[in-house]
Design a protein around this ligand. Structure first.
Ligand code: ACO
Length: 349
C-alpha cells in the first residue's frame, strides 16, 4: 500500500510583532484579559505592501521544498488553504504557482478556515495514495490583520488572530509503516453564521434559525461593498465566542478518538498532539479531557495568536524544529473552526 509522508515542512511569520500592550493603545482591552482568556501574549501582523497571503505562503513553501530536497519545478500539484485570499478570485494557488515559476500543474484552493490545512492534507494524501502525484505542495496562509475591527467593538475577535503561513511537501513513503495513517473530515453547517464574515455577500434570508449574528434588516443581495455596509461598518468577521468554545471542546476530542480507534491506537500512543491553535484554553480543555500530559501537547499560540488554516503547519514546523518528535513517533493533528468544520490526522513520522 502506498502511504504519503511529509518530506519537508516550512513556516513564515511576518517580522512585525504586536503585543497585547500594543492592542491596548487602540482598544479597551488588557494584557491580563487576553492572556487569561486566550493564552496569547503576542502575534505577528503582515507589513502592508510587503506581505500578502500569497507571499507569506511562498516563503513557507520555499523552505518546505528545500527541506524535501527538491525544487519548485518538481512539484506536480498545489493545494492552498486560506480564508483570507489576496483576491476574491482567482485563488492564491495560481498566484503562488506564478511566483514560484512552477510548471503548468493543477492548483486547488481550499476554504475550510481553521480546518483548511487538514482538509488539504487529506486531499493530498488521497492523490499520493492513488499514485496520481509524487510531489504535492500544501500551503496554508492567512492575513487576518487587514480585515479586523480594531475598535473596542471588535475586541472579542481582533485580539485572537495573527498572520502567518505554513507549508509541507507530500511524497509517497518508501516505508509502508510510516507516513499518514488516516485523515478524518467533518462538518455541520447548521450554525454556519456563528463564526463568519458574511459581507459583502448574497443574503437571501436563508440563515440558520439561531438569533445570532445580528442579521441585516433587508438582504444585501450582492458582492458589492455598498455605502450602507461601510456606514454600518458591517465588514468584519463575527464570532459567538462562547458557542464556538462549547462546540470545539466536544468535537476535537471526538475526532481525535475517531482517528485513534480507526487505527487500533490509544491516547497513550500519541507522542505529540498538535491542535489547531484557536485558543490556549481550548487546547488545555482537550488535553485534560483526553488525559494527555503536558509533553504530549504542543502549543505556540502564545507567540503567534490564532492563524486559522496556518496554525497547524506553523505549530507542526516549530515542533519539528525544536525536536519534539523523532522517526517512528505517532503525531496527531486536529482542528475545529468556522463552518463548523473539524478534522484530524494521524501520522507516523
Ligand atoms: N478585552 C477586554 N474585554 C473583553 C474583550 C477584550 N479583548 N473581549 C470581550 N470582552 C468582554 C466582553 O465585552 C464581556 O464584557 P461584559 O461581561 O461586560 O459584557 C466579557 O469580556 C466577556 O465576553 P465574552 O465574549 O463572553 O468572553 P468569553 O469569556 O467567552 O471569552 C473568547 C471570549 C476568548 C473569545 C471565548 O469565548 C473563547 O475562547 N471562545 C472560543 C472561540 C475561539 O477560540 N475562537 C478562535 C477562533 S475560531 C477557531 O479558530 C476555532
Amino acid at each position: 500500500m502506498i502511504r504519503s509522508k511529509i518530506a519537508g515542512i516550512g513556516m513564515y511569520v511576518p517580522e512585525n510583532v504586536v503585543t497585547n500592550k500594543d492592542l491596548m493603545k487602540v482598544m479597551d482591552t488588557s494584557d491580563e484579559w487576553i492572556q487569561e482568556r486566550t493564552g496569547i501574549k503576542e502575534r505577528r501582523f503582515a507589513t502592508r505592501y510587503k506581505d500578502t497571503t500569497t507571499t507569506m505562503g511562498v516563503e513557507a513553501a520555499k523552505i518546505a521544498i528545500e527541506r524535501a530536497g527538491i525544487t519548485a519545478r518538481d512539484i506536480d500539484f498545489i493545494v492552498f488553504a486560506t480564508l483570507s485570499p489576496d483576491y476574491f478570485f482567482p485563488g492564491c494557488g495560481v498566484l503562488l504557482q506564478r511566483m514560484l515559476q512552477m510548471r503548468e500543474i493543477g492548483a486547488l484552493d481550499i476554504r475550510n478556515q481553521c480546518s483548511g490545512f487538514l482538509y488539504g492534507l487529506s486531499v493530498g494524501d488521497q492523490f499520493i495514495r492513488t499514485g496520481m502525484y509524487k510531489n504535492i505542495l500544501l500551503v496554508a496562509s492567512e492575513t487576518h490583520s487587514y480585515a479586523l475591527d480594531f475598535s473596542t467593538r471588535g475586541r472579542n475577535v481582533s485580539v485572537i488572530f495573527g498572520d502567518g503561513a505554513g507549508a509541507v511537501v507530500l511524497q509517497p513513503s518508501q516505508d509502508e509503516n510510516r507516513g499518514i495513517l488516516s485523515t478524518h473530515l467533518h462538518s455541520d453547517g447548521s450554525e454556519a453564521e456563528l463564526l463568519s464574515m458574511m459581507n459583502p455577500g448574497f443574503h437571501a434570508g436563508r440563515f440558520a434559525e439561531n438569533k445570532k449574528p445580528p442579521m441585516p434588516e433587508k438582504p444585501y443581495g450582492g458582492l458589492f461593498i455598498t455605502e450602507e455596509l461601510v456606514q454600518k461598518e458591517d465588514l468584519y468577521p463575527y464570532m459567538d465566542g462562547p458557542a464556538v468554545f462549547r462546540k470545539a471542546v466536544i468535537k476535537m476530542p471526538e475526532v481525535i478518538m475517531e482517528a485513534l480507534s480507526q487505527n487500533g491506537l490509544k491516547t497513550s500512543d500519541i507522542k505529540i498532539l498538535i491542535p489547531h491553535q484557536a485558543n490556549l484554553r481550548i487546547s488545555q480543555y482537550v488535553q485534560r479531557k483526553m488525559n494527555l500530559s503536558d509533553e504530549q501537547v504542543f502549543n505556540n499560540i502564545q507567540k503567534f495568536g490564532n492563524t486559522t488554516a496556518a496554525s497547524v503547519p506553523i505549530a507542526f514546523c516549530e515542533a519539528w524544529e525544536l525536536g519534539k518528535f523523532k522517526e517512528g513517533d505517532l503525531i496527531c493533528l486536529a482542528a475545529f473552526g468556522s463552518g463548523f468544520t473539524w478534522a484530524s490526522a494521524l501520522l507516523k513520522w
